[in-house]
Design a protein around this ligand. Structure first.
Ligand code: FES
Ligand code: FE
Length: 323
């Protein structure tokens, strides 16, 4: 069943990585509880409901031929606009006007395929580093969480867990204290600037240092951080797809303006390990729904970003994944 959340139905969500969609390829995806089909024809990438209007078979099991998608069951053939143009059992008969699929809008940006199940009410989250030649971009994920988007994003925005969940990677049990910082709700989201964090090896040179983390919530289910150390910047955007009532997919892109010689695989592997450390924690959190009533969990000064995020979600009226 479709998750009925007006905020998310009007927002753009990632359903595939563009580079993984070869010409004439078809793949299933799931968004807000809806099965969808993503395919690439001669006119580019299409995103539809994964449903043939004849007998409800999944179109993602079909094939692309001559710029059309053909249903695997009886071969009804849909053109790139989603109109049925051929019914093989009756080749001379013009397909009835109702024989068309439910077509969704598509955008391709940051190497990702985005769609919207309702009427798009906004833009994609900004990620200016993608087109900035002083940065290299390194995509990673998507990471599957058996958890709901708001818990996943709040974990991404959390500074206090580094020494515990990511000891030796992003933090150290001997350095647990979090300096004071501000979190601000802006017209476009939440921002917490320049939080000093002690890290065992923030830039891969093996030297421990205090670095400054800036966290931003850009969309209800999209956040980024930027780690600054002198002129060095490491930034990561985390775009969470609300798959259904129990699952989220986190698509991430890292961008950095240094260490151009370090192989991308090594950086991705590090991130895979860090996410594997977060995964059991986030999946264990109860309730699964993020409580927007600030009385229901305990908050510290170091949780200011999370507090602002919860307040902002309440302002937006996000229903999915919240209580
Ligand atoms: Fe698709 Fe019959 S169910 S062609
Ligand atoms: Fe983490």
């Amino acid at each position: 069943m479709m998750i009925d959340d007006p905020v998310l139905l009007g927002d753009w969500h990632v359903v595939a990585r563009a580079s993984e969609l070869a010409p004439s390829s078809v793949r299933p995806a799931r968004l807000l509880g809806v099965d969808i089909v993503v395919w690439r024809g001669e006119d580019g990438i299409q995103v539809w409901d994964d449903l043939c209007v004849h007998r409800g078979s999944k179109l993602s099991g079909g094939r692309v031929r001559d710029g059309c998608l053909t249903c695997p069951y009886h071969g009804w053939t849909y053109d790139a606009q989603g109109e049925c143009v051929r019914i093989p059992a009756h080749p001379a008969q013009k397909p009835p006007p109702r024989a068309h699929t439910n077509v969704h809008p598509v955008k391709v940006a940051y190497g990702l395929v985005w769609t919207c199940l309702g009427t798009p009410a906004g833009e994609l989250p900004p990620f200016p580093e993608w087109d900035d030649p002083s940065y290299r971009n390194i995509p990673c994920g998507p990471y599957l969480f058996r958890a709901l988007g708001p818990r996943v994003i709040e974990n991404f925005l959390d500074v206090g867990h580094f020494p515990f969940v990511h000891a030796g990677y992003l933090g150290d049990p001997a350095h647990t204290e979090i300096d004071d910082y501000e979190a601000v709700i802006t017209p476009t989201g939440v921002i917490s600037r320049d939080i000093p964090i002690w890290q065992p090896d923030p830039d891969g040179t093996g030297q421990s240092a205090k670095v400054l983390y800036t966290y931003e919530a850009l969309k209800p289910l999209t956040a980024r951080f930027t780690k600054a150390q002198g002129e060095k910047r490491f930034t990561m955007i985390d775009i969470v797809t609300p798959v259904d009532e129990g699952r989220s997919l986190a698509w991430a892109i890292m961008a950095m303006n240094y260490a151009f010689d370090v192989p991308a695989e090594k950086i991705v592997l590090f991130q895979d390990e860090v996410t594997a450390q977060d995964l059991p924690i986030v999946e264990s959190q109860r309730p699964e729904l993020l409580p927007l009533d600030l009385q229901s969990e305990l908050h510290l000064r170091s949780d200011r970003t999370a507090i602002a995020y919860r307040k902002w979600l309440r302002q937006l009226g996000l229903k999915y994944g919240t209580s």
